[in-house]
Design a protein. Sequence first.
Length: 184
Amino acid sequence: MTGPDAEIEALMRQGLAGDRKAYGRALALLAPRMRAMATRDLPQTMAHMAEDVVQEALLSIHLKRGSWEPSRPLLPWVRVIVKHKAIDALRAGARRQHEPIEDHPQIGAPEVDPLEGLHIEQALARLAPRDAELVREHAVMGADAETLSARFDLSPGALRVALHRALRRLAEAARKDEEWRPTN
């Protein structure tokens, strides 16, 4: 075998032998191919989930990398993982509805009471600095997706994923805070 498949397989073998750089390069080369697989596996109405499928598949590959038989081709093994993660996304998607924020241009920065700013900053302090800055610029300052993509050097899909995850972490922190708050 020659070409990109052979290169990826060789890098993965080196990675399994302990070469971290080769392993990272193998995953980097796999990601675009996995994104294409995920996009084909998902219906067009759920194409926005392709990046989540790729992330879940990359995590699965990392956790199960020892189960790949190096004497066999890598791509079919990866293909099965991506397919299963796409099926998982389809099942999860049936339980939740997605509306792209781009479809709602009227949504902007919420009006914030000046006294509320203290609470917002306290909540954002619980996030990693990059997540806090992303949420602050989007939700508080009202920055649009194009500005955020350029500022954080993220593709539109990666931006949506990063923003979604940061907001989820913020919500989890708020829930934990509510659980610990004594009732009167």
